[in-house]
Design a protein around this ligand. Sequence first.
Ligand code: PAF
Length: 286
Amino acid sequence: MNTVKTVRELRAAVARARSEGKQIGLVPTMGNLHSGHTALVTTAAQQADFVVASIFVNPLQFGANEDLDTYPRTLAADQEKLLQAGCHLLFAPSVEEMYPHGMSGLTRVKAAELSNELCGSRRPGHFDGVTTVVSKLFNMVQPDLAIFGQKDYQQLAVIRAMVHDLNMPIQIIGEPTVRADDGLALSSRNGYLSEEQRAVAPALYRHLSEMARAVEAGERDYPALVGQHVAEIEATGFRADYLEVRHARTLLPAHVTDRDVVILVAAYLGSTRLIDNVHLNLDSVL
Ligand code: PAF
């Protein structure tokens, strides 16, 4: 696996692969890789002949009071994991390489309206930062397919909308969330948790699973269900940011007749914000 740091080297390596008739798969990441990321690379390697991963902690998607400066940078360990997972090329640019003229006044890709909900309303500008950097990466690599984790459900929906709305000829694949044995969704931010917080953290997925079972069993009073579980989640030590039952595609509040729904949660343990979700297709429930 080669690591390149410039767009010129990236384009040259991808052009070589394409001239050999290879299909290109892209896995965009911010590094500090865990098994959730390596699952993305493994799927990319199954679906494409040449896998490009990127590691770039994108300043454009962090708010002023967020963890841009402390976000873990672990390049050497990440390179080893990518190699093991079957990645062919790593693109690890500097901020100057990605934004040579700085970030103010930059042309940006404005994310679709569904980005205004949920995480978007708590993190203003976040999804515009994501769509801008992802479309830059798409233009640099011009992949046939790109893979993103379903854990970041709204991000995946926003990227799908961007690709659809801007006619980008790229297949977007959503990779199922990888969980620790106790159910906690793997996330680079789990590393911020203290031992005590890490012991509490799996409660989030337990509550999502309980809610999913209730909905599958016919519960449709979503406000009551949410109210009950917010109270229970907070009793375990979280501060809930949101817990919502939404339509899986539009991300608007779920109507009782909706069959394709997603339950999404964001909650703080101390200063660490965790997100998770469970997607339910009620037509497939017996
Ligand atoms: O999910 C992430 O790690 C980031 O938001 C992404 C898609 C790599 C864009 O910076």
